[in-house]
Design a protein around this ligand. Structure first.
Ligand code: 4NP
Length: 160
């Protein structure tokens, strides 16, 4: 819960909203449910590009999610809204530094922005969640593992 008593809004952001950020949304939602915190969070994802708006996640993200007990099939891609999203969400979580630059250039206050892997305390320096779109299936397994560590770190950071 935020200070106002409203659910804490968390928005995961990547480029296309079909590979990394829907997987982050699914993992974070699952961890929040497991911990009985669902009413405390509002969770969503989007992309800085709109090419895939309305589409379900990439089948490779759907597959790695389902191998780990998560269902992403009902998610649909949407484009980042620079007017509404920075107001409606408390935390805007870009997957890589280019996504971070893009949303800040569109006017997002930088104090709401945290790079996804900044929550992975095992990393010494800011790191990107690499874009797996043009790579092989093993890229999606690696992204999944990175996202689990970052989501767990984020919940710890938020006091859970
Ligand atoms: P995402 O991956 O940003 O993790 O969803 C991508 C998906 C699609 C494209 C690029 C990245 N694309 O160029 O269409």
């Amino acid at each position: 819960m935020s200070e106002s008593g409203k659910p804490t809004g968390v928005l995961f952001i990547c480029l296309g909203n079909i590979c990394r950020s829907p997987l982050a949304e699914g993992i974070f939602t699952h961890l929040v449910e497991q911990r009985g915190l669902s009413d405390r969070f509002r969770i969503d994802s989007c992309g800085t590009g709109g090419w895939h708006a309305g589409n379900p996640p990439d089948p490779r993200s759907v597959l790695v999610a389902s191998k780990n007990g998560l269902d992403l099939t009902r998610l649909r891609a949407r484009k980042f809204d620079p007017h509404r999203d920075p107001i409606e969400f408390d935390w805007l979580i870009p997957m890589d530094r280019q996504n971070e630059i893009d949303i800040i250039e569109l006017g997002t206050p930088s104090d709401k922005v945290r790079l996804m892997r900044s929550f992975d305390r095992s990393l010494g320096k800011p790191s990107d969640v690499p874009d797996p779109y043009y790579g092989g299936d093993d890229g999606f397994d690696k992204v999944y593992e990175m996202l689990v560590r970052a989501c767990e770190g984020m919940l710890t950071h938020l006091g859970h």
